[in-house]
Design a protein around this ligand. Structure first.
Ligand code: SF4
Ligand code: SF4
Length: 386
């Protein structure tokens, strides 16, 4: 409730510029209607139509569809595409966007350095999540976000066959962070990812090793299959009906509560309550950026690494990991679930065998660790026998 209340205040302080818009239905009466007249009748800025049809402003009062050799449908399509780009530009608060990317660039490396130096304690982790929620969500708002960037790009492509280039550049930035350190933007910079993470941590013990409420680790095959199907469905629905189904339930609107709607509010409540029991449910089950970044995190330079020469096979990292990924890393599975780079596995390992570094995924094999464990057990047994 605090997030919702403070977000309403923040939206008011930033001014009333809406980041959402509705496209008007363009009316073209006949193919002798001039360009200037189409602009006036539909209340569309002339510059938008001139750009769409690539004609000079001097000819706007005399050029019609016959002269352009275009049908009304073709003109409507061109104007709609141009109008989308125009509204996208107009609806953005570019100062806010600049500040957000600047702060992402400055703040994101800090937790990575802390984990690499084994200095990210549970208290500091919660503080970083809270800072991210307040800075990138409450103060700087729901847009842009990694999720919104993919969602809107997919919707514009499928529904209107249009690309808004600033969004593609933003997506490139987000993916670059993922490649720098495993899911970096999701781990510490995503305003909704960190909100789910903080809620999950609040349901854990002081050391952040296990739940004080019952917490579950759903199968990755189940969560990822649902995520893939949802992504494909959003593309199909966009193509067939020009409908943004992710937008209908967009949980990032927790930072834009006045446009949440009843359905959106109910869905948001379900996700937030589920976050106490399941690690980042929206990220694992539905987020389109979660899916794309899961593919890109395979290229990550900084990632979780296990040194099996030091590993005791005690499974402390696995039981502390909030999802099934550490189990898959230990078993050296070919397909690994999402790793959100939280660093709990690093701090929970009693022999410092787990680290976040830029070298290979592992040294040695899990069987080496099991052998070490076997030798240790036998040595202990022999000592006791003596
Ligand atoms: S996967 Fe989670 S953290 Fe990443 S963009 Fe989606 S909601 Fe945010
Ligand atoms: S393996 Fe698990 S505990 Fe370790 S950083 Fe990844 S998500 Fe966190």
């Amino acid at each position: 409730m605090a997030v919702i209340g403070l977000s309403i205040l923040s939206v008011q302080l930033w001014g009333s510029k809406s980041e959402e818009f509705d496209l008007p239905k363009i009316q073209i009466a006949s193919d002798t209607q001039t360009i200037a007249n189409i602009s006036r009748v539909n209340k569309i800025p002339l510059v938008v139509i001139l750009t769409a049809l690539k004609i000079d402003s001097a000819n706007a009062e005399i050029t019609n569809l016959v002269a352009l050799n275009l049908t009304a449908g073709e003109v409507e399509t061109k104007i709609t595409k141009s109008l989308i780009t125009y509204y996208e530009h107009q609806s953005k608060n570019w100062l806010k966007i600049f500040l957000k990317f600047l702060l992402w660039g400055l703040l994101l490396p800090i937790p990575v350095v802390l984990i690499a130096r084994r200095k990210l304690t549970p208290g500091r982790r919660q503080f970083v999540y809270l800072t991210s929620i307040v800075t990138f969500g409450i103060i700087l708002g729901s847009d842009p976000s990694p999720m919104g960037t993919v969602k809107d790009a997919v919707f514009l492509m499928t529904a209107h066959q249009t690309i808004f280039w600033p969004r593609i550049i933003a997506l490139g930035f987000f993916l670059l962070t993922v490649v720098m350190s495993t899911k970096l933007i999701c781990s510490w910079g995503c305003q909704f990812g960190t909100l789910q993470d903080l809620l999950f941590r609040l349901g854990r013990n002081k050391k952040d090793r296990k739940g004080i409420v019952r917490q579950f680790k759903p199968s990755f095959w189940l969560s990822n299959s649902i995520r893939v199907v949802f992504f494909l469905a959003s593309m199909l629905v966009g193509l067939a009906w020009s409908l943004d189904i992710v937008g209908l339930i967009d949980p990032f609107r927790v930072y834009k509560p006045l446009v949440l709607g009843v359905g959106g509010a109910l869905f948001l409540a379900v996700v937030l309550v589920a976050s106490l029991f399941v690690y980042r449910p929206w990220c694992h089950f539905a987020c389109p950026f979660g899916l794309i970044s899961w593919l890109f995190e395979k290229l990550a330079i900084f990632r979780i690494r296990v040194d099996y020469g030091k590993c005791d096979a005690c499974q402390a990292c696995n039981s502390a990991c909030p999802s099934t990924v550490m189990d898959a890393i230990l078993k050296q599975n070919r397909v690994l679930p999402d790793c959100f780079g939280c660093g709990v596995c690093v701090e929970s390992c009693p022999t410092n065998a787990v680290s976040l570094t830029l070298s290979r995924r592992q040294t040695g094999h899990y069987t080496d660790a099991l052998q070490t464990l076997q030798i240790k057990r036998e040595t202990l047994k022999n000592k006791r026998a003596k």
